[in-house]
Write a protein that binds this ligand. Structure first.
Ligand code: AMP
Ligand code: ZN
Ligand code: FE
Ligand code: FE
Length: 291
C-alpha cells in the first residue's frame, strides 16, 4: 500500500507549496496515502484532488486541522474524510478566518508598539489568498530583519506567552470533534505532546472520545521511540487509532520533516480506512485501486 502521511499543509494555510506542488512532492517521495490538512480552511482540497488525479495509485484523503485550546496550551484536531462542502463547517470556518485576519492585524500593531514594525500589506501578500497565520507574521519579521528565523520570531514574540500574541476566536475541543463528525469525517488529536501534563491529556481524551474522537497522532516529527510507545498505550486505552504525519509546511527549520518522512506503520492507516468505509465516508477520499 506504500507510505502514508496524514498531516500536511499548503499555501492555502501556512505551508510554502501549493496543493499541486505538495501532491507532486509527496508522490515523488513515495507517499501513496496522503491527506492535506490546512489550518481552519478547506480551499486547497479541490486543487489537491485535481493534482492527485494524475497519479492512479495515490489515495488522497480530504482533511483539515482545526485549532482549539485547553488551559495553558493550544490543541489541534485533524479531520479526515470530511465533506468539505458541508454548510455548517463552512459557516464556522468563515468565522474563524475572519478572526484570524483581525488577530493578525492586531499582532502587527503590537509589534509596531514593541519597536518591531512590519507592513500589514507584506503579511497579507506572504499569506496570499489563504488563511493568515502567525507563520506569515514571522516570515515578515525575518524579512524586516527583526529576527533571524521563524523560530526566533515565535520564541521571542509570537508564542502564546509572547509579547505580540493576540487571542482569536476558536471552537472548544468538543465543538470541533462534533463539527468534524457532523461534516461526515473522523477526528484525530494532533501532536498530543503539546498537552504536557499526562493527567491533563487523559482528561482531554476522556472528554473528546465521548464527543467522538477516533484517533490520536502518535508518530510525529521528533517524538522519540519512548514517546511513541507511551502514546500508543494511551491511544489503545482510549480506543483511538494511533496515527501520524510529517506536518510538512515547507518552511525549513530544525523540526521540519519532508512529506512521508515519518515512521507511520501501515496497520493503523488500514484501520482508519476500514473505519471510514464503515462510516460511509471512504468514498470522499480518492481511493487508489490498489488501496
Ligand atoms: P496560528 O495558526 O496563526 O495560530 O499559527 C500556528 C502555526 O504556527 C502552527 O501550526 C505552526 O505551524 C506554527 N508554529 C507554532 N509554534 C511555532 C514555533 N515555535 N516555531 C515555528 N512555527 C511555529
Ligand atoms: Zn501550520
Ligand atoms: Fe498543528
Ligand atoms: Fe499542522
Amino acid at each position: 500500500m506504500g507510505l502514508a502521511d496524514l498531516h500536511t499543509h499548503s499555501t492555502v494555510s501556512d505551508g510554502r507549496l501549493t496543493p499541486t506542488r505538495l501532491v507532486d512532492l509527496a508522490y515523488e517521495r513515495g507517499v501513496r496515502i496522503l491527506s492535506l490538512t490546512d489550518h481552519d480552511i478547506v480551499d486547497g482540497l479541490d486543487e489537491a484532488f485535481e493534482a492527485a488525479a494524475r497519479y492512479p495509485d495515490l489515495t488522497l484523503i480530504p482533511g483539515i486541522e482545526m485549532s482549539s485550546d485547553v488551559p495553558g496550551t493550544e490543541v489541534h484536531i485533524l479531520g479526515h474524510f470530511i465533506d468539505w462542502h458541508h454548510r455548517r463547517l463552512h459557516e464556522k470556518l468563515l468565522l474563524v478566518q475572519d478572526s484570524r485576519l483581525n488577530r493578525a492585524r492586531k499582532m502587527v500593531e503590537k509589534l509596531a508598539e514593541l519597536g518591531k514594525p512590519i507592513s500589514w500589506e507584506r503579511v497579507q501578500s506572504i499569506a496570499g489568498e489563504g488563511a493568515v497565520g502567525r507563520p506569515h507574521v514571522a516570515l515578515a519579521m525575518v524579512e524586516a530583519g527583526h529576527v533571524a528565523s521563524v523560530n526566533e520570531a515565535f520564541d521571542r514574540y509570537l508564542s502564546r506567552t509572547g509579547p505580540a500574541y493576540v487571542e482569536r476566536y476558536r471552537l472548544s475541543p468538543t465543538e470541533i470533534v462534533e463539527l468534524l463528525l457532523d461534516a461526515g469525517g473522523l477526528a484525530t488529536l494532533a501532536h498530543p505532546r503539546e498537552i504536557r501534563n499526562l493527567g491533563a491529556l487523559e482528561g482531554f481524551l476522556e472528554e473528546t472520545t465521548r464527543a467522538g474522537l477516533t484517533g490520536m497522532e502518535v508518530y510525529y516529527q521528533d517524538y522519540s521511540p519512548e514517546d511513541i510507545a507511551d502514546l500508543r498505550r494511551i491511544a489503545e486505552r482510549f480506543g483511538l487509532i494511533p496515527l501520524g504525519g510529517s506536518d510538512f509546511h515547507g518552511m525549513g527549520g530544525p523540526q521540519e520533516r519532508e512529506p512521508g518522512d515519518i515512521p507511520l506503520p501501515i496497520e493503523p492507516v488500514e484501520r482508519l480506512l476500514a473505519l471510514a468505509r464503515e462510516k460511509g465516508c471512504l468514498e470522499r477520499a480518492r481511493v487508489a485501486h490498489c488501496a
